[in-house]
Ligand binder design. Structure first.
Ligand code: EPS
Length: 395
């Protein structure tokens, strides 16, 4: 792995920290660029009260000077504004003081119960503070830097909601409407479905319930050959699926036609390769593969769908056990969202950008952006030469 990142921070602690290592030197970056994605993650109909408290933005800690990366680890801090209300509860050192706001009624579906068993805790807050999807803000900050690198090479990553609470949006190619999803309260591109999704969220809120859904991420402008067929851990399909499955509440990932391909004969699945004739590169007669063949990008748009289960904090709580008495109880009703599916798209974009930037760095290396650009240009020229016949002539 060339581009590594790690995050630290509890949901109601002082803040979230992100460290990104492996970016080339000389990449122009601004806090505004990162904050734009942080802002996009916070929006969406169905979000809870926390998003009215926070104004997520980063503070550079290291790795950037005069607006450019140095090639050293980039560290960023996102302060939690809510920390002001939680300082006593979340204090690192509270000698002898009784713990406040203990959570002893674990929420089915959350990390609460298994976490307290595994980490030998009596207060599930010790688990939920880190299991909270608040951590995804730190990943979005890392992803914004990856997106900045991809942007230098004309690669774009976008997303839209294709299903929410069982309402399915009509098929739209997000590449035809760049940025349009950000104008929808549920980040969908189908206005009819949008109205129905908003209604369903309102009904779920009234019922104290939560909703899941499906988002699609599309990356365009990729060179063919990112990832590799040669070893399992270099296959891009697996790297994308693993990364996306690590998002809280995500239960499924599909690439291209995904599960639907399993029901079709091969003749209706594989995208024909159509000769360009003469000096033109061949083109593909479709993109059921979702831009990946043999664990490598084909150069067609990368299309990934991600399914999220409904959030596990229900305001009409489910049955659980009280850890302090061992008796049956109703689960904790910690503040939460009705749905975070619109935000999921922004988080998934960030993680797809991180995987793609890592694959770009693996193929094109480079300590500096200049060096990386030279390598990318060289590869592009090599590919172009193949179809022009120059390469064969030179052999
Ligand atoms: C989130 C912040 C959290 C939750 C949500 C995601 O803030 P708080 O717990 O203070 O309300 O709104 O977390 C969950 C849904 C969860 O299950 O953990 C955020 O910043 O995205």
């Amino acid at each position: 792995m060339r581009l590594r990142f790690t995050t630290a921070g509890e949901s109601h602690g002082r803040g979230l920290v992100t460290v990104v290592e492996g970016l080339p030197a000389g990449l122009p970056v601004t806090a505004e660029w990162v904050d734009r994605d942080l802002g996009r993650r916070m929006r969406g109909h169905g979000r809870g009260g926390r998003m009215t408290i926070e104004q997520d933005r980063i503070e550079w800690i290291s790795g950037v000077r005069a607006g450019e990366t140095l090639g050293s680890p980039v560290a960023m801090l996102i302060a939690n504004r809510d920390w002001a209300n939680w300082q006593e509860v979340m204090a690192a050192e509270a000698a002898g003081a009784p713990r406040e706001r203990r959570v002893t009624r674990p929420r089915p579906g959350h990390a609460d119960l298994t976490g307290v068993l595994k980490y030998d805790r009596t207060d599930a807050r010790d688990i939920l503070e880190r299991a909270s999807a608040r951590e995804t803000a730190a990943r979005v900050a890392a992803g914004a830097l990856a997106r900045r690198l991809l942007d230098e090479f004309g690669v774009t990553v976008a997303s839209h909601v294709v299903a929410l609470g069982g309402i399915v949006a009509g098929a739209v190619d997000p590449l035809d409407a760049p940025g349009a999803a950000d104008h929808s309260p549920v980040r969908t591109l189908d206005p009819e479905a949008e109205a129905a999704m908003v209604q369903r969220i309102d009904a779920a809120r009234a019922a104290g319930d939560t909703l899941g859904g499906v988002v699609e991420v599309v990356a365009d402008g990729l060179v063919p050959g990112l990832g590799s067929h040669v070893s399992w851990d270099r296959k891009l399909d697996g790297r994308l699926a693993g990364m996306l499955m690590s998002i809280p509440a995500v239960k499924g990932v599909e690439i291209g036609l995904g599960f639907a391909a399993a029901a079709r004969p091969g003749s209706e699945v594989h995208d024909p390769i159509i000769a360009g004739g003469g000096h033109a590169a061949p083109r593909r007669g479709g993109n059921n593969a979702g831009g990946l063949e043999g664990g490598m990008t084909t150069g067609e748009p990368l299309v990934v769908r991600i399914a999220m289960k409904p959030l596990s904090t229900l305001m009409t709580p489910l049955e659980t056990v009280d850890l302090s008495s061992g008796r049956s109880a109703r689960a904790e009703t910690e503040r939460s969202d009705v749905t975070a599916v619109p935000a999921l798209g922004v988080v998934a974009e960030a993680l797809v950008a991180l995987v793609l930037a890592d694959a770009m760095l693996e193929k094109f290396g480079g300590d500096s952006l200049t060096e990386m650009r030279r390598n990318v240009d060289g590869y592009r020229a090599q590919l172009a030469a193949r179809w022009s016949g120059e390469r064969d002539a030179a052999r």
